[in-house]
Design a protein around this ligand. Sequence first.
Ligand code: KG4
Ligand code: ZN
Length: 344
Amino acid sequence: MKQAHLRVLGIESSCDETAAAIVEGGRVIHSNVVASQIDLHAQYGGVYPELASREHVRAIYPTVEAALKNAYMNLSEIDAIAVTQGPGLAGSLVIGVNAAKAMALASGKPLIPVNHLEAHIYAAWLHKAGSKPGPEPKFPLIALLVSGGHTELVLMSDHLQYQSLGSTLDDAAGEAFDKVARLLNLSYPGGPAIQAAALDGNPEAYKFPIARLDSPWDFSFSGLKTAVMRQVDAYKDFATDVPVADIAASFQATVVETLFSKTMAAAETHKAREIIVAGGVSANRALRDAFRGQNKFKVHIPHVSLCTDNAAMIAAAGFRHLVNGESYGLDFDVLPNWPLSTSA
Ligand code: KG4
Ligand code: ZN
């Protein structure tokens, strides 16, 4: 069978979404089902790992069944199964990995363990069945990976070849959104809540600090978070209403400026042809607008629905390993702290 027609069933359970998807040729999405636990965790203001595992157990097989049904396929029409091996919550990863192993064993299909961070980048290759594909990203490229757990600048010289240029020294960008949202009494997850609150705010109302670091490709968001906290506390000390919209807009503008300027500088310094922006924070409208507002580099940003955790991206990354001729047994374990650069 031609590579472009290989179908991969992707399975994702690294955090608080149970997801399954079927992708053809690493690009065409036939189905993409995400069972979100956000409502469950919102009451705790963040992910509650024990509850997440229990929910994955409940949701994993129905989610896979829905992915097959939505694609009008059965398991025999799939060429391989790809599953998130890490990084993520150990107890959550294990549910997806064990379900995938059981399905691979029963069906005789090859099983491909996938790095979740790599998969976020491969979301840039995806499009829905029936929709016109955009041009494929061209190498060498700079990938800005911004999620709840990671913030990293990566140089990709080719498929599956990653060189980490720098990463966050403290909080991830998404984590900063989540923590600042909590300070402002906004809902979980913080990214979409801050984006919504910022719509009515002035992004120049406050001048929040951008960390100056030894390496131009590293990030730090803890000072920014502390600056926001001080500002909020100052209003509380004077029993004044906190101007949530202005603080949210100024915070968001500071994060966007940091991510945008470092990524553009990295692309210029490393003579990249193109840029990919991926991970949950790449759903942010202001960040997307910043990259779209320049014309130095072609920038690929996944569709908003593919920025946050999903299994189509797992299938897309799995496809690359499949066509790379890699094969794996069934005796691999989860890797909760697996970095990106060793996954090639
Ligand atoms: O990639 P993801 O779904 O999960 C991880 O792999 O971590 O990213 C989740 C993160 C959360 O911190 C969430 O607040 C953030 O992405 N996020 C956003 C937006 N949507 C999700 N941050 C800013 N603006 C958004 N619109
Ligand atoms: Zn993720």
